[in-house]
Design a protein around this ligand. Structure first.
Ligand SMILES: Cc1ncc(C[n+]2csc(CCOP(=O)(O)OP(=O)(O)O)c2C)c(N)n1
Ligand SMILES: [Mg+2]
Length: 474
């Protein structure tokens, strides 16, 4: 029966019969099989069941479950959309990608192509000297790119210390410092094109400043006076994400959407070491690999998830190995070596942009400050460890490297410092001004249609504000 005729019939059916129709549609999507309403029925709540002699769900049904399509039974148009999705997109791609059985040789090649290097990729040693043997397969960024990165690192570090100071003055509710992670923050942004997407976490404010977002707008969320200070669509930077790992799925979805629209944009998700234990991280990797979505997962392994050290978070030899089980090409890099981070991420972005699929990069770095200003890190790590990592500081390393190459003078360093001081002074001035936010805006844009509870709370706040205004008048 043609699909349009099915839709006409379904409109006049009861919900129970529509449920069966969905099963028929799923079943029809099964390649090489005829219609059989007794097989593979999707229940109204989205769960699966099978009727009849063959008690197994059909391929179309499995595909639907795989892409997370549930609750599609009640509206015939949704059923049709789903039918088209399965029949025209998913099944052909499943059939196309079904791997013929691999020879041991090609299996070995495939696995080797996914594996990260045994030790983190590094170009520059801690004292700024180039490593004896430059990593094979990676291109060193130009001196101009490194000089630009240095300037941005100086600005980023000054922004970070100023933001921490603002928490002490009560001008910022909370600030998660990324001191020590500047090579990651800046390397990530410099590897992207302006039309690529960035999906940051709460710790990635320096990356946002590097992307060119006004520092006051960057801090708006952490100031607590508006939902997101900047325009994600204009900047192609998603709001900073606090629920761990959710942004990794968003990035994958955005990357896949760009691919389907025929655009060559890439999405990069920034993520912490602890968040790689979240289910969302694994789902995103799996989806991205199956769909070959142009997304780069950039893990900043700063050795702690608040107070939980890495050794209590994972038994993996390195977090980069989490990619290969899903078929995601993976790499690990010295996260305090800007030269290496920029080189590896530029390569990863190019790989994703060329349609070769997602890449997972783990950067080995260290969170020099506490988790946030509200945390006391001395309770769970010793000063000796912090001091050891201080010697691997990414900013002084790049500076020493550039000076040794004759690519940075005292005057250049002083100019960058002056610019950083001006940025900090401007940030102080503007953050010290009282905000003009309307408290009633708190309820806007939460849901498309506000819930009764939200309306009640809104009314309560309006009453309280009106009472306060009256008291102040008296
Ligand atoms: C889903 C979820 N669970 C728990 C938390 C609480 N939480 C906030 S930050 C954090 C630690 C995350 O560590 P990591 O991923 O290593 O990132 P880092 O803070 O080190 O950058 C936790 C557990 C959260 N925000 N979201
Ligand atoms: Mg961490």
């Amino acid at each position: 029966m043609p699909v349009q005729a099915m839709a006409r019939e379904m409109r006049s059916c009861s919900a129970a019969v529509r449920t069966d129709w969905a099963g028929v549609l799923c079943n029809r999507a099964r390649p090489g099989r005829g219609e059989d309403p007794a097989v593979g029925v999707v229940e109204r709540d989205g769960s699966s069941s099978a009727h009849g002699p063959r008690r197994r769900a059909c391929l179309g049904h499995i595909a639907l479950q795989t892409v997370g399509i549930r609750q599609f039974i009640c509206d015939p148009r949704e059923v049709l959309n789903t039918y088209f999705l399965v029949a025209t997109i998913l099944l052909p791609s499943v059939q196309r990608k079904r791997a013929p059985s691999m020879s041991v040789k090609s299996l070995r090649q495939t696995v080797q192509g996914l594996l990260p290097s045994l030790t983190p990729v590094r170009f520059v040693a801690e004292d700024g000297t180039p490593v004896a043997k430059p990593p094979a397969g990676y291109r060193e960024p130009s001196v101009e790119a490194l000089r630009d990165a240095y300037r941005r690192m100086v600005l980023g570090r000054r922004f970070d210390t100023q933001a921490t100071a603002l928490t002490k003055q009560g001008r910022l509710a909370v600030y998660p410092s990324s001191r020590g992670q500047e090579a990651c923050q800046i390397g990530a942004v410099l590897a992207l094109r302006p039309d690529d997407w960035l999906f940051p976490t709460y710790r990635d404010s320096v990356a946002l400043v590097t992307r060119g977002i006004d520092p006051v707008e960057v801090l708006t969320l952490l100031r607590g006076d508006w939902h997101c200070g900047y325009d994600p669509a204009a900047t192609r930077v998603a709001p900073q994400c606090t629920p761990l790992a959710t942004q990794v799925l968003h990035a994958t979805g955005m990357a896949e959407a760009q691919r389907r629209k025929g655009e060559d944009g890439v999405a990069m998700a920034l993520i912490g070491d602890g968040a790689t234990s979240e289910g969302d991280f694994h789902e995103a990797l799996n989806f991205a690999a199956v769909l070959r979505a142009p997304v780069v997962f950039f893990v900043q392994n700063n050795k702690y998830a608040i107070s939980v050290p890495l050794a209590r978070q994972t038994a993996a030899p390195a977090l980069a190995y989490k990619g290969i089980g899903y078929g995601v090409r993976s790499e690990q890099v010295d996260g305090n070596d800007l030269v290496a981070v920029l080189s590896v991420l530029t390569d990863a972005v190019a790989h994703a942009r060329a349609g070769h699929g997602p890449v997972l990069v783990e950067a080995h770095t260290y969170r020099m400050d506490a988790h946030t200003n509200a945390d006391d890190a001395t309770r769970y790590r010793d000063a000796e460890e912090v001091e050891r990592w201080g010697a691997a500081d990414p900013l002084s390393r790049l500076e020493a490297h550039l000076r040794a190459r004759g690519a940075l003078t005292d005057a250049d360093a002083a100019t960058a410092q002056q610019e950083a001081e001006a940025l900090a002074a401007d940030l102080r001035t503007r953050m010290n001004a009282d905000t003009t936010a309307d408290p009633m805006e708190l309820f806007d844009h939460v849901y498309a249609e506000p819930t009764p509870q939200l309306l009640e709370q809104r009314a309560q706040l309006a009453d309280e504000l009106a009472e306060t205004a009256l008291t102040q008048e008296d």
